[in-house]
Ligand binder design. Structure first.
Ligand code: EPS
Length: 352
């Protein structure tokens, strides 16, 4: 991302998660309750683990905002890990505090443990778990909330919804599916959809492969921990061209599309229709009934390390995806209508 840029830092059981955002125009209203509500949404969903009972994620802002509005300078966000109280010594930065407590060496299949420990030459797999944990998505959602506040100024709004949990496609059956997985010490994934309305025509571009908004959206959704599939609009498999493509019509004197199989994107650009992005999350790999694996120290086959985990986090994942889509949309808006203040942005935008 070029205009709406940020970096996050923080371990799952470290002191806090941090982000510094750069590129927000001045004068954008920042509603802290809105950010905290987004954080709360990420903590919800049936099937979450014990950690969510410990944390009540809230944001602290230490720069970039004065009297409720952005001032154009970098914005620093902090989300504290309440659980750090129990991990202070284990996560200490001081060399004299070194301990084996909570170290582990049995790779958890499906996690970053195996490849990550080899890549970063770490014996203690905790050093990989801590950053690969989906805990970092808390600060990402706080960044997404800032992006959403920018979009709101232009009346662009998004939402997300869980469509499927395991084999259950009807919300009435989601809890049963999760309960049955919990009963067998297992985990389960599912499918969600993110939609955004009110987008202008022409975010993204057809002129270079790396400027297509579809590719940018796929990247941010695919890189959410545990997401394995991203689709934009209707999955075209098995469709004839004549049934799939969205014919252009005149409705009330305006050009529009008869259908929206394309999910609001044609030629790598938004086409004025609703943006529709689907994601599929795999079952979380940390399971009470452990998988077979290898111990990196003894090089013997054994069972995977178990640490408390979620049985199902698809609802949280959908909120994370909604946030990440907002990063891309905010960046594209700033690329196309680029401005230093919200007034300038609105002028450029409404001239469209
Ligand atoms: C998460 C916090 C983590 C996990 C979960 C997501 O907390 P802890 O490791 O202390 O239980 O609950 O992450 C995973 C299961 C994972 O595999 O990454 C959170 O804040 O969302």
């Amino acid at each position: 991302m070029e205009k709406f840029r940020f970096l996050t830092a923080g371990e799952s059981h470290g002191k806090c998660l941090t982000a510094i955002i750069e590129g927000m125009p001045s004068g954008v209203s920042i509603d802290i309750d809105f950010i905290n509500n987004e954080l709360k949404r990420r903590q919800q969903g049936y099937g979450r683990g014990e950690r969510m009972k410990i944390e009540t994620d809230t944001v602290e802002i230490t720069s970039g905002i004065r009297f409720g509005k952005t001032i154009g300078s970098p914005i620093t966000l902090i989300v504290k890990n309440r659980d750090f109280e129990s991990w202070e010594k284990i996560m200490s930065v001081a060399p004299e505090d070194i301990t084996d407590d909570k170290s582990f060496s049995t790779y958890r299949p499906g996690h970053a443990d195996y490849a990550g420990s080899i890549k970063y030459a770490q014996e203690d797999l905790r050093n990989i778990l801590e950053r690969s944990s989906a805990r970092k998505t808390a600060i990402e959602v706080a960044v997404g909330a800032i992006a959403k506040l920018l979009l709101k100024e232009l009346e662009i709004e998004g939402c997300s919804q869980v469509l499927q949990i395991g084999s259950a496609c009807c919300p009435d059956n989601f809890k049963d599916e999760v309960d049955s997985m919990r009963g067998e010490g297992n985990t389960i994934g599912g499918k969600f959809v993110v939609t955004y309305r009110g987008l202008p025509i022409g975010l993204g571009s057809h002129v270079h492969w790396d400027r297509g908004i579809d590719g940018k959206l796929a990247q941010v959704v695919m890189s959410i921990p545990a997401v394995k599939v991203v689709e934009i609009g209707t999955n075209p498999l098995g469709y004839k061209g004549s049934n799939y493509h969205d014919e252009l019509i005149i409705d009330n004197g305006e050009i529009t599309h008869k259908t929206n199989h394309a999910g609001g994107i044609e030629g790598g650009m938004t086409n004025g229709e609703e943006l529709v992005v689907y994601g599929v999350m795999k079952p979380i790999p940390t399971m009470r009934k452990p998988l077979k694996t290898v111990d990196s120290k003894t090089k013997e086959e054994t069972e995977a390390h178990f640490e408390r985990s979620d049985v199902c986090a698809v609802e949280a994942c959908s909120v994370v995806a909604e946030s990440r889509v907002a990063w891309v949309l905010a960046d594209e808006i700033l690329l196309k209508y680029g401005a230093d203040s919200i007034e300038e942005l609105k002028q450029n935008y409404h001239r469209k």
